[in-house]
Design a protein around this ligand. Structure first.
Ligand code: B12
Ligand code: SF4
Length: 485
């Protein structure tokens, strides 16, 4: 069987004019996972439109497309094209799960939820000549997962070819998050076995890893055993974690010893009221400053994630957030405009209140306002979002953040990491066009490792700061107090 797998891109990512590095970071892991279930005799190709053109002149038997909200329009266009040519077209992924009826109009078969149970079932049905129009996932396990078909990925095109997920979902229930809707009908947080995860890590070449798990630290027992197993492997890794998990005693230390050097942390907002509204319980009353100090004390760089436009935000939120983040010495920040994805509780709430402005999914890209904000205009929100990015990444602010690091090496690492993402975009564009994003990986590794330094917290005999411990005279600041007004 000739199988064509496609990860379509949103318009910006395939633009002939300018391509941000973020679209050349990670390969299409979801599709490479599904490819693992195909037969050895199947002829399979995997095209990631973020980094290569889709050749639509071929005649595959089966077309498999992963649909995100921002790439839905393009996904449907490709699906219609291949259906007209007689291929059996499968659509799955987050957006299909949110709006199955919309997707079904463009597919022979749709898939809701994760694919590990439904996809092998479909393949068996297809080979038996009776494929169903819809499959809903209900059995949630990663046991017996076949090896991810990384051989289908052109590693040179990605800055981070070694992306990996060892769990699915998250134990929390934030209102704006995709995950409750996607995992409906079964478990919404589960992990591989530690041995299987270590086995997959072992198969990855090179040194650097990026865990794309929603919450790698979500099951402390699993995470602790994983980090123990990784110790001594010589890895250098990045991941995402919650405020709460950073404060948990012991786990961060193990992570650092096994190679953690940068963590994406969902702070989300500097307004405490927003956290209650969004049911982000795990962040409420946490000392954000302590989280950052603890990470920095262990030599872990912080990518702070912030969402603008929640109902407690007024036009002062942008400056207050940037000022707080720079003052804390956060190395990189990712800002988002709050975006109600269909299927989430946030969307239902907004829709009921008549606050959804349009359903043009292309613009549900977290940079465009798609709902009516409560305490500012849509223009104020969008302008403020861009201003926050510009201000956070001004050289003056990068220098201020770097100055907060105690050593010269630490200052240089901060400046190189923060500057590297946003100040050299034209250089990234050239590298991407030359299909050589992977060539910059040694540079990333060098910066992450602090140019060869061992992080303070990982040094033998030097106890790392425990949660609750703080330098004398340093006043605790909880999220409620981070308001600068
Ligand atoms: C890595 C990542 C990226 C990477 C690369 C994406 C990639 N190569 O796949 C980059 C940086 C490019 C990116 C960009 C964006 N992203 Co992104 N990203 C992720 C992240 C962190 C991990 C994705 C991943 O690899 N998961 C692991 C694999 C194993 O799972 P999976 O891909 O979901 O695949 C499984 C199932 O979905 C299913 N499945 C998927 N497709 C199909 C098809 C069939 C036929 C079947 C049977 C099953 C199936 O089976 C797979 C195995 O279980 C997710 C968070 C998340 N947990 O999903 C956000 C996430 C997908 N991103 C999101 C967003 C909003 C964006 C951006 C718009 C952000 C922005 N402002 O730029 C852009 C645009 C994306 C686009 N192209 O349209 C949202 C999507 C919301 C939505 N409803 O679509 C998420 C969920 C983050 C969030 N919490 O809000 N992203
Ligand atoms: S902690 Fe993150 S991944 Fe988990 S539900 Fe909240 S937003 Fe989603």
């Amino acid at each position: 069987m000739r199988v064509k797998m496609i990860l379509p891109a949103l318009t910006e990512a395939s633009s002939p004019f300018f391509r941000p590095i973020k679209y050349s970071l990670f390969p299409p892991l979801g599709l490479a996972t599904l490819a693992g279930y195909l037969d050895p005799g199947d002829e399979v190709t995997l095209t990631d439109e973020h980094v290569q053109k889709v050749d639509v002149s071929d005649e595959p038997d089966l077309v498999v497309i992963q649909v995100y909200i921002t790439s839905a329009r393009r996904a449907y266009e490709l699906a219609d094209h291949y259906r007209a040519k007689g291929a059996h077209v499968c659509l799955g992924g987050l957006h299909v799960t949110s709006l199955p009826d919309e997707a079904a109009a463009h597919a022979d078969t749709i898939f809701c939820g994760p694919g590990e149970d439904t996809w092998p079932r479909f393949l068996a049905d297809l080979r038996a000549g009776r494929p169903a129009p819809r499959y809903d996932s209900s059995e949630r396990t990663l046991a017996g997962l076949p090896p991810v078909r990384r051989d289908l990925i052109d590693r040179r095109r990605y800055l981070v070819p070694n992306s990996i997920v060892v769990s699915r979902g998250c134990p929390h229930v934030c209102d704006f998050c995709y995950k409750e809707a996607f995992f409906e009908g079964g478990k919404s947080f589960y992990t591989q076995t530690v041995d299987a995860a270590l086995g997959e890590i072992d198969r990855l070449p090179g040194r650097h890893l990026y865990f794309l798990d929603d919450h790698l630290f979500g099951n402390a027992r699993f995470a602790g055993a994983l980090f123990d197993g990784m110790r001594g492997m010589g890895r250098l890794w990045q991941a995402a974690g919650t405020v709460q998990s950073v404060l948990r005693p012991g786990l961060l230390e193990k992570a650092v010893e096994s190679g953690l050097r940068s963590l994406f942390v969902g702070f989300e907002t500097v307004n405490a009221g927003n956290l209650k509204e969004q049911r982000k319980w795990q962040n409420i009353d946490r000392d954000y400053g302590q989280v950052i100090r603890r990470l920095h004390d262990h030599g872990v760089m912080v990518n702070g994630s912030f969402v603008f436009g929640m109902d407690q935000d007024d036009p002062s939120v942008f400056e207050r957030t940037v000022e707080w983040a720079v003052g804390q010495g956060i190395e990189t920040a990712t800002f988002h405009i709050m975006t109600p994805y269909p299927g989430t509780r946030l969307y239902a709430r907004m829709e009921k209140a008549g606050r959804i402005l349009h359903r043009d999914w292309d613009r549900y890209d977290t940079r465009t306002v798609v709902f009516k904000p409560a305490r500012m205009t849509a223009t104020q929100l969008e302008d403020g979002y861009w201003r926050a990015y510009r201000n956070f990444y001004r050289w003056r602010n990068i220098a201020r953040g770097a100055a907060s690091k105690p050593t010269l090496r630490g200052k240089a690492r901060h400046a190189a990491y923060a500057g590297g993402w946003k100040k050299f975009e034209p250089a990234w564009d050239v590298v991407i066009r030359a299909k050589r994003a992977g060539a910059a990986l040694p540079l990333l590794e060098s910066v992450l490792s602090g140019f060869g330094a061992r992080p303070a917290g990982a040094r033998a005999g030097r106890p790392a700061a425990a949660p609750g411990e703080r330098p004398a005279g340093d006043t605790p600041v909880t999220i409620a107090e981070t308001r600068l007004s």
